[in-house]
Structure formats: structure tokens, C-alpha cells
Write a protein that binds this ligand. Structure first.
Ligand code: SF4
Length: 158
């Protein structure tokens, strides 16, 4: 949502369509999976983060796990674009942010049949539609300059 709202996706589709892989372009689950796998050997992986702590940790919760996997290893560089609304004090606040904001909003957007889509907060479900499967805090990057974080001074995504 951040990349969409900030205009990055439109720019990539317009100016870099020959090299940009957009999983939303997949016509079926098989094609989407193929695009997600190709991302692991890409030069640049673009994403946002569910939360960024004041200490610099990137905290993300994934359903498929493709996003957090690519952030951890694979793409030569990872560019994280995040609005100031993603900044939190620490990992406790990061978890809270995901449970009260990011995940419930995403389940509504994705039309998932989960309790949070109805109540607006995490109910720690085990439903088949659960989007919270992998909880990852990136605390350090061994490869210098591999992960670049661009913080935009406005509210973007959720
Ligand atoms: S664990 Fe279930 S209820 Fe909690 S945020 Fe994730 S999908 Fe929603």
C-alpha cells in the first residue's frame, strides 16, 4: 500500500516495466508464486515495513512469508519505503501496531474471513484466512548497504 500510495508502483510500471516484476500482475496463483520466487534472485526488492523501531529494527508479519524472506536474504539490495506513521518506540509497540492497525486493515483490504476484519484488532485467531504466520524482526544487516530505508515525512500505507 505504501508503494502504491507514494506513486512508486505507477512509476515502476511506467518507466521500468521491462525489468519490474509485480506479483499483482499474476493471472492465477501459479503465476503469483512464480513471480514471488523470482524476487529472491532480483537485484532490488522493494517493500515497506509494518513497523520501524526507534532503534532501527524492521518488524514485519507475513502470511506467505515471501516478503520477510526476501528482506532477510536473496535480493542484492532491499529498498524499504515507509511513512512516518510506521515509526514506533520499540518491538512491543511494533507488535501492537501490527495487531491493532496493519493486520486488521490488511484483512479487510484482502477480504479475509478473520475475526480482526470484523473487530478491528487481533483476536489471535487460527482461521484458514489468517495472514499472520511469520513474525520477523530484522535487527542487523551483515552486508553493508544492502538494506536502505527511506522514511517519507507523511503517513503512508498501514
Ligand atoms: S492472527 Fe488472526 S485475528 Fe490476529 S491479526 Fe492475524 S489474522 Fe487477524
Amino acid at each position: 500500500m505504501t508503494l502504491k500510495e507514494s506513486g512508486v508502483i505507477d512509476l515502476l510500471n511506467k518507466e521500468f516495466s521491462s525489468v519490474y516484476l509485480d506479483r499483482s500482475a499474476g493471472k492465477n496463483r501459479e503465476e503469483v508464486e512464480e513471480i514471488m520466487r523470482k524476487a529472491f534472485v532480483s537485484d532490488t526488492f522493494l517493500t515497506s515495513s509494518n513497523a520501524i523501531t526507534e532503534n532501527g529494527e524492521l518488524y514485519n508479519v507475513d502470511g506467505n512469508g515471501n516478503r520477510v524472506s526476501a528482506m532477510i536474504y536473496g535480493p542484492r539490495q532491499v529498498i524499504v519505503v515507509a511513512g512516518i506513521n510506521k515509526i514506533v518506540k520499540d518491538l512491543d509497540e511494533a507488535r501492537e501496531r501490527v495487531e491493532k492497525i496493519a493486520a486488521p486493515k490488511n484483512t479487510v483490504r484482502l477480504e479475509k474471513n478473520t475475526p480482526c476484519a470484523k473487530t478491528g484488532k487481533c483476536e489471535h485467531c487460527h482461521s484458514d484466512d489468517r495472514i499472520c504466520c511469520s513474525y520477523v524482526a530484522l535487527a542487523q544487516q551483515r552486508v553493508p548497504d544492502r538494506i536502505k530505508v527511506i522514511i517519507v515525512n507523511e503517513s503512508l500505507g498501514y
